[in-house]
Design a protein around this ligand. Sequence first.
Ligand code: NI
Length: 140
Amino acid sequence: MKTGIKRFGISLDGLLLKSFDSLIAKKGYSNRSEAIRDLIRDNLVQTEWEAGNKECIGTVTIVYSHHRRELLDVLTDIQHNFHTSVISSMHVHMDEHNCLEVIVVRGKGNDIKKIADRLIGAKGVKHGKLTVTTTGKELV
Ligand code: NI
């Protein structure tokens, strides 16, 4: 595959283009090309992640009560069980009662999903969210 910048035309309905222009203006894009490049990249990353067997990287964000001391042990055990995939974590004492933890995980999509499910599903976790992105190796 030849690299370098290629130009191509896109045909689409005027109303759809108007909506797109309005959307990208709100998001702060300076031009359509950059917005379209981001849409393509996002789709490629999503497909990579959904394949399940490609290496991805993600963050698991969880919120839980500081007073659930047994939960701290459970969350630590899960991270030790998957120590080869858990790269780093950050703990924030949000107030007297609530903790926020962000755990960075790297590995095959399916494995990341499994770790996130365990952490988010741990009894006492109030809310959790997995965000997956790419390692960047296969994207330009
Ligand atoms: Ni805390």
